[in-house]
Design a protein around this ligand. Structure first.
Ligand SMILES: C[S@@+](CC[C@H](N)C(=O)[O-])C[C@H]1O[C@@H](n2cnc3c(N)ncnc32)[C@H](O)[C@@H]1O
Length: 276
C-alpha cells in the first residue's frame, strides 16, 4: 500500500494513465441525504434513506474503494496529507491570503467539504467564522474532527453539524457565508461533481463564495489513481464543470511554495451566476 503523498504522487506521475472523463452523460441528480453527527458527536452513520440510494454503473465500486482506502488511513494531519504533514502550514497560509483577497462578506457560518479530521476547519475556518459545519464520509475522521476542532482554546461552540456522508449524497440545508472544499473532489465522478456543484449553489447566502482547492493535472488529461480511487483533473475540467453548474469564477490562484514534484494546486473562488 502506498503510504506517503510523495509516493502516491510519483505513482500517479509514473502511471499518467490518460483516461477519459469517467462519465460524460447528461447529468441526472440522485436524491441526496445527509446524516449529521449530533453536537455530542455520537451518531455517525448515513440515514436509511441515504444508504438506500443506488448509483448505476461502475460508480459504487469507485466510491467503495475510496471509502476502504481512507478507512485504513490514520486520523492525523499526516494521514490527511499522505505523509506530508509539514506542508499543512504553507497550505493554510496560501488559503488565508486567498480568502483575504476575495473578501468573504459574512462571518457567521462556513462549511468544510471533505473535511477529514478538520485540519482546514481548525486552522483556516474557525479563526474566521462563528461556526463551521463539516461534511466527511469516513466515520472515524468525522468523530476525530469533533475532538480536533474543539480542544485547547478553541472551545466547543465553533463546530456545528458534522455530516457523515459522501459529497455525492450531500445537500446543504443551511445558508453558508463560505463553502470550502479541499482535496476531495477527485473522489467524485464527473456527473456527481456537477450535481454536487448545483446543490452547493443553493446553500450559499447572498454574496457568499464557494471555494475549491484541488490538485490539477499538468497535462490536459485526467489522471486516474486506482489505489485511492480518485482522479486528478485538468484545471479546465473544473472550470467547465463549475460553469455548467451555473457558477462564475471570481478568482483563481495557484498555491505557491509547495515541494517540487507535486501536482499543481489551484484555489478557485466562485459565485452563482444568478445571484450577483
Ligand atoms: C486528502 S484528505 C483531505 C482532508 C481535508 N480536506 C484536508 O485538506 O485536510 C481527503 C478526505 O476526503 C474524504 N473523502 C473521500 N471521498 C469522499 C466523498 N465521496 N465525500 C466526502 N468526503 C470524501 C476522505 O475521507 C478524506 O477525509
Amino acid at each position: 500500500m502506498t503510504t506517503t503523498l510523495e509516493a502516491q504522487l510519483s505513482d500517479k506521475l509514473q502511471m499518467m494513465d490518460e483516461i477519459k472523463d469517467i462519465d460524460q452523460e447528461p447529468l441526472k441528480e440522485e436524491e441526496p441525504s445527509n446524516a449529521p453527527i449530533s453536537s455530542d458527536g455520537t451518531q455517525a452513520s448515513p440515514s436509511p434513506t441515504a444508504s438506500a440510494t443506488k448509483i448505476a454503473g461502475p460508480e459504487p465500486e469507485f466510491y467503495d474503494k475510496a471509502q476502504k482506502y481512507w478507512s485504513e488511513v490514520p486520523a492525523t494531519v499526516n494521514g490527511m496529507l499522505g505523509g506530508l504533514g509539514y506542508i499543512s502550514a504553507i497550505d493554510i497560509q496560501g488559503s488565508n491570503v486567498f480568502l483575504r483577497e476575495i473578501r468573504v462578506p459574512g462571518n457567521r457560518l462556513a462549511l468544510d467539504c471533505g473535511a477529514g479530521i478538520g485540519r482546514v476547519t481548525r486552522n483556516l475556518l474557525i479563526p474566521r467564522f462563528n461556526c463551521v459545519d463539516l461534511v466527511e464520509q469516513d466515520p472515524a475522521f468525522a468523530e476525530k474532527a469533533r475532538e480536533y476542532c474543539t480542544t485547547g482554546d478553541l472551545g466547543p461552540g465553533k463546530v456545528g453539524q458534522i455530516y457523515n456522508v459522501g459529497l455525492q449524497r450531500f445537500a446543504p440545508s443551511q445558508q453558508y457565508d463560505l463553502i470550502w472544499s479541499q482535496w476531495v473532489l477527485g473522489h467524485l465522478t464527473d456527473r456527481d461533481l456537477v450535481a454536487f456543484f448545483r446543490r452547493i449553489k443553493l446553500g450559499l447566502a447572498p454574496g457568499a463564495y464557494f471555494c475549491l482547492k484541488e490538485n490539477v493535472s499538468s497535462s490536459k488529461k485526467t489522471v486516474e489513481d486506482k489505489e485511492d480511487s480518485s482522479v486528478t483533473r485538468p484545471l479546465e475540467s473544473y472550470e467547465r464543470f463549475l460553469k455548467e453548474a451555473g457558477f462564475r469564477i471570481v478568482r483563481k490562484v495557484k498555491q505557491q511554495n509547495f515541494p517540487k514534484g507535486l501536482f499543481p494546486v489551484y484555489m478557485i473562488a466562485c459565485k452563482p451566476v444568478s445571484k450577483e
